[in-house]
Ligand binder design. Structure first.
Ligand SMILES: Nc1nc2c(ncn2[C@@H]2O[C@H](COP(=O)(O)OP(=O)(O)OP(=O)(O)O)[C@@H](O)[C@H]2O)c(=O)[nH]1
Length: 311
Protein backbone atom coordinates (compact mmCIF):
# COMPACT_ATOMS: atom_id res chain seq x y z
CA UNK A 1 0.00 0.00 0.00
CA UNK A 2 1.36 3.45 -0.88
CA UNK A 3 1.76 5.84 1.99
CA UNK A 4 -0.46 8.64 0.67
CA UNK A 5 -3.41 6.31 0.59
CA UNK A 6 -3.33 5.89 4.38
CA UNK A 7 -3.00 9.58 5.18
CA UNK A 8 -6.04 11.56 6.19
CA UNK A 9 -5.10 15.20 6.33
CA UNK A 10 -6.05 17.38 8.06
CA UNK A 11 -7.75 15.47 10.88
CA UNK A 12 -11.39 16.44 11.28
CA UNK A 13 -11.91 17.33 14.95
CA UNK A 14 -15.64 17.74 14.38
CA UNK A 15 -15.97 20.95 16.43
CA UNK A 16 -15.54 19.15 19.76
CA UNK A 17 -15.76 21.14 22.98
CA UNK A 18 -12.83 20.51 25.32
CA UNK A 19 -14.06 22.72 28.18
CA UNK A 20 -15.61 19.82 30.10
CA UNK A 21 -12.34 17.83 30.05
CA UNK A 22 -11.14 19.92 33.04
CA UNK A 23 -12.63 18.35 36.18
CA UNK A 24 -13.68 20.77 38.92
CA UNK A 25 -11.52 19.26 41.69
CA UNK A 26 -8.40 20.47 39.87
CA UNK A 27 -9.14 24.14 40.66
CA UNK A 28 -9.12 23.18 44.35
CA UNK A 29 -5.74 21.46 43.88
CA UNK A 30 -4.23 24.64 42.42
CA UNK A 31 -5.51 26.75 45.32
CA UNK A 32 -3.99 24.34 47.86
CA UNK A 33 -0.69 24.43 46.01
CA UNK A 34 -0.61 28.20 46.01
CA UNK A 35 -1.25 28.31 49.76
CA UNK A 36 1.93 26.29 50.41
CA UNK A 37 4.10 28.31 48.07
CA UNK A 38 5.95 30.41 50.65
CA UNK A 39 7.69 27.24 51.85
CA UNK A 40 8.88 26.29 48.36
CA UNK A 41 12.37 26.97 46.94
CA UNK A 42 11.97 25.39 43.51
CA UNK A 43 9.15 24.11 41.30
CA UNK A 44 9.92 20.81 39.57
CA UNK A 45 7.39 20.49 36.76
CA UNK A 46 6.99 16.98 35.36
CA UNK A 47 5.57 16.59 31.86
CA UNK A 48 5.22 13.79 29.32
CA UNK A 49 8.18 13.66 26.89
CA UNK A 50 5.79 12.69 24.05
CA UNK A 51 4.10 16.13 24.30
CA UNK A 52 7.01 18.34 25.37
CA UNK A 53 5.57 21.56 23.94
CA UNK A 54 1.83 21.23 24.36
CA UNK A 55 -0.47 20.64 27.27
CA UNK A 56 1.77 22.11 29.97
CA UNK A 57 -0.39 23.96 32.44
CA UNK A 58 0.37 27.72 32.08
CA UNK A 59 -1.15 28.19 35.53
CA UNK A 60 1.89 26.54 37.11
CA UNK A 61 3.81 29.61 36.01
CA UNK A 62 1.11 32.26 36.35
CA UNK A 63 -0.47 30.98 39.54
CA UNK A 64 2.56 29.62 41.35
CA UNK A 65 4.60 32.76 40.75
CA UNK A 66 8.21 33.26 39.80
CA UNK A 67 10.17 30.50 41.51
CA UNK A 68 13.23 28.66 40.28
CA UNK A 69 11.85 26.11 37.86
CA UNK A 70 13.06 22.80 36.45
CA UNK A 71 11.23 20.92 33.69
CA UNK A 72 11.36 17.12 33.71
CA UNK A 73 10.27 15.41 30.49
CA UNK A 74 9.40 11.98 31.79
CA UNK A 75 8.66 8.73 29.92
CA UNK A 76 11.67 9.22 27.66
CA UNK A 77 11.41 5.53 26.77
CA UNK A 78 8.16 6.31 24.90
CA UNK A 79 9.21 9.42 22.96
CA UNK A 80 11.14 9.76 19.69
CA UNK A 81 14.58 10.84 20.88
CA UNK A 82 15.66 11.88 17.37
CA UNK A 83 13.47 14.98 17.98
CA UNK A 84 15.27 15.94 21.20
CA UNK A 85 17.49 18.77 19.81
CA UNK A 86 14.58 20.42 18.03
CA UNK A 87 12.48 20.21 21.19
CA UNK A 88 15.18 21.66 23.44
CA UNK A 89 15.58 24.63 21.04
CA UNK A 90 11.81 25.22 21.05
CA UNK A 91 11.73 25.05 24.85
CA UNK A 92 14.52 27.62 25.05
CA UNK A 93 12.34 29.95 22.96
CA UNK A 94 9.60 29.41 25.56
CA UNK A 95 12.12 30.49 28.22
CA UNK A 96 12.38 27.09 29.85
CA UNK A 97 15.76 27.30 31.58
CA UNK A 98 16.56 23.61 31.82
CA UNK A 99 14.82 20.41 30.81
CA UNK A 100 15.89 16.88 31.77
CA UNK A 101 14.57 13.80 29.97
CA UNK A 102 13.91 10.95 32.43
CA UNK A 103 12.55 7.44 32.67
CA UNK A 104 11.23 6.97 36.20
CA UNK A 105 10.74 3.26 35.83
CA UNK A 106 14.28 2.40 34.65
CA UNK A 107 15.74 5.33 36.67
CA UNK A 108 17.37 6.90 33.61
CA UNK A 109 18.82 10.41 34.23
CA UNK A 110 17.23 10.57 37.70
CA UNK A 111 20.64 11.34 39.21
CA UNK A 112 20.75 14.62 37.24
CA UNK A 113 17.77 16.03 39.13
CA UNK A 114 19.19 16.87 42.58
CA UNK A 115 22.27 18.70 41.18
CA UNK A 116 19.98 20.67 38.82
CA UNK A 117 17.70 21.62 41.75
CA UNK A 118 20.70 22.75 43.83
CA UNK A 119 22.06 24.81 40.94
CA UNK A 120 18.71 26.57 40.48
CA UNK A 121 18.12 27.18 44.20
CA UNK A 122 21.68 28.39 44.84
CA UNK A 123 21.56 30.88 41.99
CA UNK A 124 18.39 32.49 43.35
CA UNK A 125 18.04 34.55 46.53
CA UNK A 126 16.01 32.72 49.18
CA UNK A 127 15.02 36.04 50.77
CA UNK A 128 12.07 34.65 52.71
CA UNK A 129 13.86 31.77 54.40
CA UNK A 130 17.59 32.34 54.05
CA UNK A 131 18.23 31.03 57.58
CA UNK A 132 16.79 27.61 56.72
CA UNK A 133 19.25 25.13 55.16
CA UNK A 134 16.74 22.51 54.12
CA UNK A 135 15.41 22.75 50.60
CA UNK A 136 11.76 22.30 49.78
CA UNK A 137 10.60 21.64 46.24
CA UNK A 138 7.11 21.32 44.84
CA UNK A 139 6.49 18.68 42.17
CA UNK A 140 3.81 19.86 39.76
CA UNK A 141 2.40 18.51 36.52
CA UNK A 142 -0.72 17.46 34.69
CA UNK A 143 -2.23 14.04 35.58
CA UNK A 144 -0.52 10.71 34.84
CA UNK A 145 2.82 12.09 33.63
CA UNK A 146 4.71 10.11 36.29
CA UNK A 147 5.07 12.52 39.22
CA UNK A 148 4.60 9.80 41.85
CA UNK A 149 6.89 7.40 39.97
CA UNK A 150 9.56 10.09 39.80
CA UNK A 151 9.27 10.81 43.53
CA UNK A 152 9.56 7.10 44.34
CA UNK A 153 12.54 6.79 42.04
CA UNK A 154 14.29 9.79 43.68
CA UNK A 155 13.74 8.19 47.09
CA UNK A 156 15.07 4.84 45.93
CA UNK A 157 18.16 6.51 44.49
CA UNK A 158 19.02 8.93 47.30
CA UNK A 159 17.56 7.30 50.42
CA UNK A 160 17.38 3.62 49.38
CA UNK A 161 13.74 3.80 50.43
CA UNK A 162 10.65 2.51 48.69
CA UNK A 163 7.31 3.96 47.72
CA UNK A 164 6.07 7.17 49.27
CA UNK A 165 3.60 8.04 46.56
CA UNK A 166 0.88 5.94 44.93
CA UNK A 167 1.40 5.15 41.25
CA UNK A 168 -1.43 4.35 38.84
CA UNK A 169 -2.20 3.88 35.16
CA UNK A 170 -5.22 6.18 35.20
CA UNK A 171 -5.05 9.97 35.56
CA UNK A 172 -5.98 11.41 38.95
CA UNK A 173 -4.47 8.80 41.29
CA UNK A 174 -2.89 11.48 43.51
CA UNK A 175 -5.86 13.33 45.03
CA UNK A 176 -4.63 14.13 48.53
CA UNK A 177 -2.32 17.08 48.29
CA UNK A 178 0.98 18.28 49.51
CA UNK A 179 2.49 15.49 51.50
CA UNK A 180 5.96 16.47 52.68
CA UNK A 181 8.28 13.72 51.49
CA UNK A 182 12.01 13.53 52.08
CA UNK A 183 14.03 12.70 48.96
CA UNK A 184 17.61 13.38 50.01
CA UNK A 185 19.58 13.41 53.29
CA UNK A 186 22.66 15.40 52.31
CA UNK A 187 21.68 17.98 51.13
CA UNK A 188 18.42 17.77 53.04
CA UNK A 189 15.67 18.03 50.45
CA UNK A 190 11.94 17.63 50.94
CA UNK A 191 9.28 17.80 48.34
CA UNK A 192 5.59 18.47 48.30
CA UNK A 193 3.60 15.97 46.28
CA UNK A 194 0.70 17.52 44.34
CA UNK A 195 -2.29 16.18 42.42
CA UNK A 196 -2.20 16.34 38.63
CA UNK A 197 -3.79 19.56 37.40
CA UNK A 198 -4.76 20.07 33.76
CA UNK A 199 -4.93 23.50 32.26
CA UNK A 200 -8.50 24.81 32.38
CA UNK A 201 -7.69 26.46 29.04
CA UNK A 202 -6.72 23.60 26.74
CA UNK A 203 -5.61 25.64 23.71
CA UNK A 204 -7.45 23.68 21.05
CA UNK A 205 -8.97 20.30 20.31
CA UNK A 206 -5.73 18.97 18.83
CA UNK A 207 -3.87 19.63 22.09
CA UNK A 208 -6.77 18.02 23.93
CA UNK A 209 -6.49 14.91 21.73
CA UNK A 210 -2.71 14.67 22.33
CA UNK A 211 -3.34 14.92 26.08
CA UNK A 212 -5.96 12.19 25.78
CA UNK A 213 -3.61 9.93 23.78
CA UNK A 214 -1.01 10.19 26.54
CA UNK A 215 -3.60 9.24 29.15
CA UNK A 216 -3.72 12.54 30.99
CA UNK A 217 -7.50 12.96 30.57
CA UNK A 218 -9.92 10.25 31.68
CA UNK A 219 -10.72 8.23 28.54
CA UNK A 220 -14.48 8.27 29.01
CA UNK A 221 -14.54 12.09 28.93
CA UNK A 222 -13.18 12.01 25.38
CA UNK A 223 -14.43 8.60 24.18
CA UNK A 224 -12.19 5.61 23.45
CA UNK A 225 -13.45 5.32 19.87
CA UNK A 226 -12.41 8.91 19.21
CA UNK A 227 -9.00 8.45 20.87
CA UNK A 228 -8.42 5.28 18.80
CA UNK A 229 -9.35 7.13 15.60
CA UNK A 230 -6.96 9.99 16.37
CA UNK A 231 -4.24 7.50 17.31
CA UNK A 232 -4.46 5.74 13.96
CA UNK A 233 -4.38 9.09 12.14
CA UNK A 234 -1.33 10.13 14.19
CA UNK A 235 0.61 6.89 13.62
CA UNK A 236 -0.02 6.97 9.86
CA UNK A 237 0.98 10.61 9.51
CA UNK A 238 4.12 10.24 11.65
CA UNK A 239 4.71 7.70 9.97
CA UNK A 240 5.04 5.01 12.66
CA UNK A 241 3.69 1.73 11.36
CA UNK A 242 4.72 -0.62 14.17
CA UNK A 243 1.00 -1.36 14.73
CA UNK A 244 1.02 -3.32 11.46
CA UNK A 245 3.58 -5.77 12.88
CA UNK A 246 2.07 -5.70 16.37
CA UNK A 247 -1.36 -6.77 15.15
CA UNK A 248 -0.03 -8.90 12.25
CA UNK A 249 -1.84 -6.86 9.58
CA UNK A 250 -1.14 -6.98 5.83
CA UNK A 251 -0.19 -3.29 5.76
CA UNK A 252 -1.05 0.18 7.08
CA UNK A 253 -4.71 1.06 7.12
CA UNK A 254 -6.57 4.36 7.32
CA UNK A 255 -10.00 3.06 8.26
CA UNK A 256 -10.34 2.89 12.04
CA UNK A 257 -13.44 0.68 11.95
CA UNK A 258 -11.67 -1.88 9.74
CA UNK A 259 -8.58 -1.80 11.96
CA UNK A 260 -10.59 -2.26 15.16
CA UNK A 261 -12.48 -5.14 13.54
CA UNK A 262 -9.17 -6.87 12.74
CA UNK A 263 -7.82 -6.23 16.23
CA UNK A 264 -11.01 -7.62 17.79
CA UNK A 265 -10.82 -10.75 15.63
CA UNK A 266 -7.13 -11.25 16.41
CA UNK A 267 -7.75 -10.89 20.15
CA UNK A 268 -10.88 -13.05 20.01
CA UNK A 269 -12.90 -10.11 21.31
CA UNK A 270 -16.22 -10.73 19.63
CA UNK A 271 -19.79 -10.69 20.93
CA UNK A 272 -22.78 -12.82 19.97
CA UNK A 273 -25.90 -10.72 19.49
CA UNK A 274 -29.42 -11.52 18.43
CA UNK A 275 -30.55 -9.94 15.18
CA UNK A 276 -34.22 -9.73 14.28
CA UNK A 277 -34.79 -10.54 10.63
CA UNK A 278 -37.92 -10.92 8.53
CA UNK A 279 -37.71 -14.71 8.95
CA UNK A 280 -37.05 -14.74 12.71
CA UNK A 281 -34.21 -14.15 15.20
CA UNK A 282 -30.66 -15.17 14.26
CA UNK A 283 -27.47 -15.13 16.31
CA UNK A 284 -24.64 -13.19 14.71
CA UNK A 285 -21.08 -12.56 15.85
CA UNK A 286 -19.89 -8.96 15.86
CA UNK A 287 -16.50 -7.48 16.78
CA UNK A 288 -16.23 -5.87 20.20
CA UNK A 289 -15.03 -2.48 18.97
CA UNK A 290 -14.69 -1.04 22.50
CA UNK A 291 -12.38 -3.87 23.61
CA UNK A 292 -10.32 -3.44 20.44
CA UNK A 293 -10.06 0.35 20.93
CA UNK A 294 -9.04 -0.23 24.56
CA UNK A 295 -6.26 -2.62 23.47
CA UNK A 296 -5.04 -0.30 20.68
CA UNK A 297 -4.80 2.71 23.04
CA UNK A 298 -3.16 0.71 25.87
CA UNK A 299 -0.61 -0.81 23.45
CA UNK A 300 0.34 2.70 22.30
CA UNK A 301 0.66 4.01 25.87
CA UNK A 302 2.91 1.08 26.83
CA UNK A 303 5.18 1.83 23.85
CA UNK A 304 4.29 -1.40 22.00
CA UNK A 305 3.33 0.56 18.87
CA UNK A 306 6.67 2.39 18.66
CA UNK A 307 8.06 5.68 19.90
CA UNK A 308 6.51 8.98 18.87
CA UNK A 309 6.83 12.64 19.83
CA UNK A 310 3.45 14.21 19.20
CA UNK A 311 4.66 17.86 19.03
N1 LIG B 1 6.95 3.98 30.22
C1 LIG B 1 7.00 4.75 31.30
N2 LIG B 1 5.94 4.76 32.15
C2 LIG B 1 6.01 5.56 33.24
C3 LIG B 1 7.15 6.36 33.54
N3 LIG B 1 6.90 7.03 34.69
C4 LIG B 1 5.66 6.66 35.10
N4 LIG B 1 5.13 5.77 34.24
C5 LIG B 1 3.77 5.14 34.30
O1 LIG B 1 2.81 6.19 34.11
C6 LIG B 1 1.64 5.94 34.89
C7 LIG B 1 1.34 7.14 35.77
O2 LIG B 1 2.37 7.28 36.75
P1 LIG B 1 2.15 8.06 38.13
O3 LIG B 1 3.50 8.13 38.76
O4 LIG B 1 1.00 7.51 38.90
O5 LIG B 1 1.74 9.49 37.54
P2 LIG B 1 1.23 10.80 38.34
O6 LIG B 1 1.70 11.97 37.55
O7 LIG B 1 1.64 10.74 39.78
O8 LIG B 1 -0.33 10.64 38.19
P3 LIG B 1 -1.56 11.45 38.94
O9 LIG B 1 -1.68 10.83 40.29
O10 LIG B 1 -2.70 11.17 38.03
O11 LIG B 1 -1.23 12.91 38.96
C8 LIG B 1 1.93 4.64 35.68
O12 LIG B 1 1.35 3.56 34.96
C9 LIG B 1 3.45 4.55 35.67
O13 LIG B 1 3.92 3.21 35.77
C10 LIG B 1 8.27 6.31 32.61
O14 LIG B 1 9.28 6.99 32.76
N5 LIG B 1 8.11 5.50 31.52
Amino acid sequence: MRLYSVLRFPYDFGGRDVAHWFPGHMAKGLKQMRAKLTKVDCIVEVHDARIPLSGRNPFFKEYLGIKPHLLILNKLDLCDLSQQNRIIKQLQKQEVGKAIYTNSIQEENIKEIVPAILERVNSNPRFHRAENTEICIMVTGIPNVGKSSLINSLRRMHLKKGKASRVGGEPGITRSVLHKIQISENPLIYLLDTPGVLSPRIENVETGMKLALCGTILDHLVGEDIIADYLLYTLNNYPQHRYVQHYELDGPCSDTEKLLKKIAEKLGKTQKVKAITGTGDVNITIPNYSAAAYDFIRAFRKGDLGRVTLD
